[in-house]
Design a protein around this ligand. Structure first.
Ligand SMILES: C[S@@+](CC[C@H](N)C(=O)[O-])C[C@H]1O[C@@H](n2cnc3c(N)ncnc32)[C@H](O)[C@@H]1O
Length: 510
């Protein structure tokens, strides 16, 4: 049995928010009470949390009811929450008599702070045991916004300050609508689109609770919900767990986990304005015949030449590893997993790529970028912005030439391994591998001589001077065209091995 969802049309959202804030039911209050570094580290009581187990005050009871999903005796709720608080929560449909024990009250939904918002959702296995009715998850359960996956999604959202005041924003596969609601403070209009009626209802409730006015809720299969509309920013966190059956709508995404991902990317040409950005957080696959970044181009179809494509990889797994990690597969016997992995391999899947996928429509005709990088755990949204900006800058026709007059320097932390080989009685330099770990993990193989001329990039010599001096000292072959050398310097700047003042990669982010 399932409790009815909270009421989207409730009367007094501002009073309810004031009541909750007054009780300390906000991000700082809850993290302090539970001694958490972040709310994304929250565990329910039944999920193993040991701190703050007995609700002795208003905040404790709110956490108990709405985050742990535990019922409480009605008299206790009345005493700790007061008539006003209890009335407000009941009027919003957030607290109901427990179907199993009518003298107790249970939450109709989980409710918790996310940044400046309060978000209501259903529960899932990542909040184990928190189902108010103790029942199994419904197929259309509303995915909670406190999971590690949502943390990853929200972390890379475009900064609201970069969303223009008249921008049209779409949160596709919106669930609770948390991402769209966070972006709404700066945008013109935000559409929260999801397949299910239940998600649409929760998205409406969350918009009402937070009094976000410039939001519309649309329901339908992916882009069908917004048939002829165009957007400046589209964010999507679709289901991506490989599964052979469809049990949970928020999770299951076909045999290779890519069914929804492909549909999301394929809609970009029809729905993105010039300059518009599609940001997808999730998993897609490298196939034996094509890495994921080329496949994104194929998914975009004929119009792909209009788009830059960036892939920032958080994790890369073999089919075997990935299936054993994916939550939907967790309960499967190992032998089933191995045979599924074999089928995936036979079908051409080489690896699962989990991360951030960005597709941006160019504003005017120009060359477009296709980039794949493995990010450091400390590389946040600013690192992604830096990558996009520098890659697009580098495509300007005169960019390498301009670089000849700039002063690149080797970045702090760059590592170099030089390879020597014994040849004709002497050890000869056969080249080197130069790498960095932040913001992206990059290793570049360079020819003999590079280990000697790279230190000449000290930030005090123009690229052209480095070339001239390198040739003079026998480190660079005479006759090397300046444009070719500038192209190498450019590639090293984009990799984060060299840097230029004013365009440095950002420092590590939390
Ligand atoms: C992983 S959840 C993410 C929800 C939310 N964006 C978040 O990050 O918390 C995936 C969402 O996609 C929705 N969904 C699944 N299939 C869909 C489809 N064909 N069209 C639109 N939404 C879909 C599910 O209902 C679910 O809300």
């Amino acid at each position: 049995m399932t409790l009815p969802p909270p009421r989207a049309g409730f009367r007094e959202p501002a009073r309810l928010r004031r009541f909750l804030a007054g009780a300390g039911f906000h991000e700082a209050g809850v993290t302090e009470r539970l001694e958490l570094s972040s709310l994304f580290a929250f565990r329910t009581l039944r999920g193993g949390r040991t701190s703050a187990t007995t609700p002795t005050d208003r905040l404790g009871l709110l956490i108990h009811l709405f985050m742990d999903g535990e019922p409480a005796p009605e008299a206790e709720a009345r005493r700790l929450l007061g008539e006003e608080g209890l009335g407000l929560l009941q009027e919003a449909g957030l607290l109901l008599p427990d179907p199993h024990e009518p003298s107790t009250l249970a939450a109709a939904a989980l409710l918790y702070p996310v940044g400046p918002l309060l978000i209501a959702s259903d529960v899932n296995e990542q909040a184990p045991g928190a189902s108010p009715d103790g029942g199994a998850l419904r197929p259309d359960a509303v995915y909670p916004a406190l999971t590690g996956a949502v943390r990853g999604f929200l972390r890379d959202l475009p900064d609201p300050t970069e969303v223009s005041a008249d921008a049209r924003v779409l949160d596709l596969c919106a669930g609770t609508g948390v991402a769209g609601l966070l972006l709404a403070s700066r945008a013109g209009e935000v559409v929260l689109a999801d397949l299910t009626e239940r998600c649409s209802h929760f998205a409406r409730f969350n918009a009402a609770l937070n009094e976000v006015g410039n939001v519309r809720v649309a329901q339908g299969d992916l882009w069908e919900a917004v048939a002829d509309e165009r957007f400046d920013v589209v964010v999507a966190h679709p289901p991506y767990v490989p599964s052979e059956t469809d049990q949970l709508i928020f999770r299951d995404a076909g045999i290779d986990g890519e069914r929804l991902f492909r549909g999301v990317v394929a809609g970009a040409p029809q729905h993105l304005n010039p300059g518009g950005l599609l940001y997808v957080r999730g998993t897609a696959v490298d196939r034996v015949d094509a890495p994921v970044e080329s496949r994104l181009r194929a998914m975009l179809g004929e119009a792909h030449g209009d788009f830059d494509v960036f892939v920032a990889i958080s994790d890369l797994h073999s089919p075997e590893e990935y299936l054993s990690r994916a939550s939907g597969a967790a309960s499967e016997a190992g032998v089933d997993r191995l045979s599924r992995a074999r089928r995936l391999r036979e079908g051409g899947v080489a690896a699962f790529v989990h991360g951030t996928f960005l597709v941006q429509r160019r504003e005017a005709p120009r060359e477009v970028a296709t980039v794949r990088r493995v990010r450091a755990p400390t590389a946040g949204r600013r690192a992604l912005d830096w990558m996009r900006r520098s890659e697009v800058q580098a495509l300007r026709p005169h960019a390498p030439r301009e670089l000849l007059r700039r002063l690149p320097r080797l970045r702090e932390g760059v590592e170099m391994e030089v390879r020597y080989r014994m040849e004709e009685g002497e050890l000869r330099n056969r080249g080197c591998r130069v790498g960095v770990d932040t913001p992206f993990r990059v290793a570049v193989d360079l020819p003999a001589g590079a280990s000697r001329f790279l230190p000449l990039f000290s930030g005090r010599r123009h690229t052209l001077r480095v070339l001239e001096e390198g040739v003079k000292r026998g480190m660079i072959p005479p006759g090397t065209p300046p444009d070719q050398f500038a192209g190498l310097a450019q590639a090293l700047i984009l990799a984060g091995i060299l840097e230029i003042e004013g365009a440095e990669p950002p420092p590590p982010e939390a």
